[in-house]
Design a protein around this ligand. Structure first.
Ligand SMILES: NC(=O)c1ccc[n+]([C@@H]2O[C@H](COP(=O)([O-])OP(=O)(O)OC[C@H]3O[C@@H](n4cnc5c(N)ncnc54)[C@H](O)[C@@H]3O)[C@@H](O)[C@H]2O)c1
Length: 261
């Protein structure tokens, strides 16, 4: 097959992005807008239904196709309703981006002291939520002969320095397991591990004057801070025909964070 730049286009594809309706400048919003610009019809899904509507309106205003869905990814009935809304609006699903998670609200909880109910809540949203969405959407991908799943993990999992990091490392495990299981069905499953991204949530978690940022500034190979838009190119590669031979990978988009000593 001869390479064509059109292999990055997503015209005729349907993408579901969870966690895409959050606070103003979020990674999910950048993902949803990027997928829309590449031609996909986008299902903008979030616990925050109002925020999801604002992002889907942005996509439509830019000439794209989108709907907003309020969803709680830890509730199978709510996720089933999201899958139905996608099918009713656009006839199926080709792309699932498991981006919703708890992060900024968690701080750095030490594993030795975390109350079990908090541990379970983090694992429910950051790990089991992605599984529930995958279980609901994979049958729709099978019906269309294949698909792409991208799980949003984190540089904070390499190594896991907090319970949040543990949840994201577990999501890496789900990524590789699903990649093996679904490869022959032409469903690619990969993960993006962003470094320190200046979404509104990222700014809340790591303000400019935090000691952690000072430490990173002295040790990261290229640049500590990135913008949500700097992740979109990798997402489009992993979601498009250009990425057909890529599966089971964790791609670090982080200015060299993972290389720090
Ligand atoms: N910002 C960073 O520096 C950074 C770095 C690495 C990874 N990440 C990951 O990127 C993703 C997006 O992060 P962000 O910075 O845009 O944060 P964000 O808080 O803006 O996005 C998370 C979204 O998930 C939604 N959500 C939470 N629980 C949900 C549930 N039960 N059901 C449905 N939606 C739910 C929230 O409403 C929110 O819109 C997360 O997975 C985060 O862990 C962020």
């Amino acid at each position: 097959m001869t390479f064509s730049i059109d292999q990055f286009r997503l015209d005729g594809k349907v993408a579901v992005v969870t966690g895409a309706g959050g606070r103003g400048n979020s990674i999910g919003r950048a993902y949803a807008l990027g997928l829309g610009k590449a031609g996909a019809a986008v299902v903008v899904a979030d616990l925050n239904a109002e925020g999801a509507k604002a992002v889907s309106d942005e996509i439509v205003a830019a000439g794209g196709k989108a709907i907003a869905v309020g969803v709680d990814i830890v509730k199978p009935d709510s996720v089933a309703a999201m899958a139905k809304a996608a099918t009713d609006a656009f006839g199926g699903v080709d792309i699932l981006v498991n981006n919703a998670a708890l992060m900024a609200e968690l701080g750095y909880l030490p594993a030795t002291d975390i109350p079990l109910d908090q541990w379970n809540r983090i694992m429910d949203v950051n790990l089991t939520g992605a599984l529930i969405c995958t279980q609901a959407i994979v049958p729709l991908m099978r019906a269309r002969g294949g698909g792409k799943i991208v799980n949003q993990v984190s540089g904070g999992a390499f190594p896991a320095m907090s319970v949040y990091g543990i949840s994201k490392l577990a999501l890496v495990g789900l990524t590789t397991t699903l990649a093996r299981q679904l490869g022959r069905e032409k469903i690619n499953v990969n993960a993006i591990a962003p470094g320190n991204v200046m979404s509104d949530a990222g700014k809340q978690l790591t303000p400019d004057d935090s000691p952690f940022i000072k430490f990173l500034e002295a040790s990261v190979a290229m640049r500590v801070r990135g913008q949500p838009d700097e992740l979109v190119g990798m997402l489009l590669l992993l979601c498009s025909q250009a990425g057909d031979w890529i599966t089971g990978q964790v791609v670090h988009v982080d200015g060299g964070w993972v290389l720090r000593p």
